[in-house]
Design a protein around this ligand. Sequence first.
Ligand code: HEM
Length: 451
Amino acid sequence: MNEEPEYGPKANAFKTLVSKIYLHRLPSYGNKIFYGLGFLALTSLVLLIISGSVLAFMGQDWWLHDPVGIYARSVHLWSVQAFIAILILHILVGFFTSGYRPPRRMVWVFGAAIFALVVFQTEFGYGLRGDFSSQFRAVSGADFWNGARLGYWINPLSHLQEFALHVAIIPLSILGLFVLHYILIHAYGISKPLKKETPYRMVDANHRIMWTRGAFLAAAILVLAFFFHSPYVPVSTIADSAKADASLVSSTLTDEYARTSDTATYLDSIDPYAFDTRTVYVVAPYEALSGATEATTSDAMIAALMPAVENGTYEAYLDRADPAPYTYSLRFLSDMGVLEERAGTLGFATDQWGMAKDENGHYLNALPPGSWWMTPLGVLNSSFNLLNNDNGDEIAAYTFAIILLLFIVFPYVPILNRLPELFPFGGWIQRDKSLSEGGGDASDHVTPPPL
Ligand code: HEM
């Protein structure tokens, strides 16, 4: 028998779509806020996509300096804060109610894969902002990926690659995973209580309250962004460093020429800086900017370059000559030690739990707060002293990868997947005060898989 309703010529396409997408019947606890968190995550995601598209369309100068651009950037950052906080609550509800039990295991897997992507997505976002935080995160991020032997594939020093990852590849993957996540939820409905004796009844979904909560969240994000802006700390430039300490620049150029700088002698799991520092930082700019050829001493070339370093043409030349902008200029700033020193002064160097903080060294004590969701990495680094370990980046990367993988396949891991049964929270979340023990429809109850 075909149960598809008849859609006459007057059927409204929008209403038809919405009605097809909605869940219509839910267990009564499904209208509580606990089960509204998925929709709120979606609301933040929609705001993220809208504000992110505006930013990408208008460009970096606009989002850094124009008042409307600063507001759009702040909406984007507040949406991230909301998205991650709501996702964590959503995960906790799924966990404590054992909402990932068969047949919903892949619902969890798709959701958890989204969460893993979101964590990386935020780092690439900070890298694109175009302030000092982006510079420092690009250099330390590249160190991290190189240490993890993935530097060939993932290079935060390459602005172009970060842009492609943050604006297209990761968001599209997140959207694709969300569609899979939701198709399964739509097919299976909201999970029923784990314990057969927990009473529940099926009711109509309250879509009005769902949209009202979404509207409150969107309004809160828009208002917070108006009053509390995304931070901005101006970039470090080679020209500014030369004005502050010309001898630091010329001694670094001497090291680049002698191939003794950090970049020239970079030793990690792989060496991505395969370019010749003598040619890139001294000989080629000297020839290009002075019109002369190399037939002179290194000291003479460096002395001739210094005025161009101070007026900014040297750095502009490096960026133009760079096949992966801004690797050359950022590596030079890093070789001078100015990035690490400034990050230390601002309080967000890696050994100060830098990844969990904002660009002024704030953690949770500022609005908007720093990237607090990176706290586990800070704990990992400081608990095992990984920063002073030669293989620290590699150990951190693999530990992090194992934790993420376990988190994603969690519903399939015996013993671990029964952990929530030790806690009473699932029962509280799903309690329906209007019902007494033993009532309800037990048709969808699932016996936990054997240990
Ligand atoms: C883009 C991010 C996400 C969106 C928009 C989203 C959306 C939703 C929606 C709308 C629902 C149905 C109602 C509800 O429980 O809220 C849901 C259910 C669920 N989600 Fe997500 N979700 C996301 C990420 C995640 C993550 C990261 C996890 C876990 C790691 C997860 C696990 C689950 C589970 C287990 C259910 C089923 C709950 C049940 O039936 O009891 N979701 N999600």
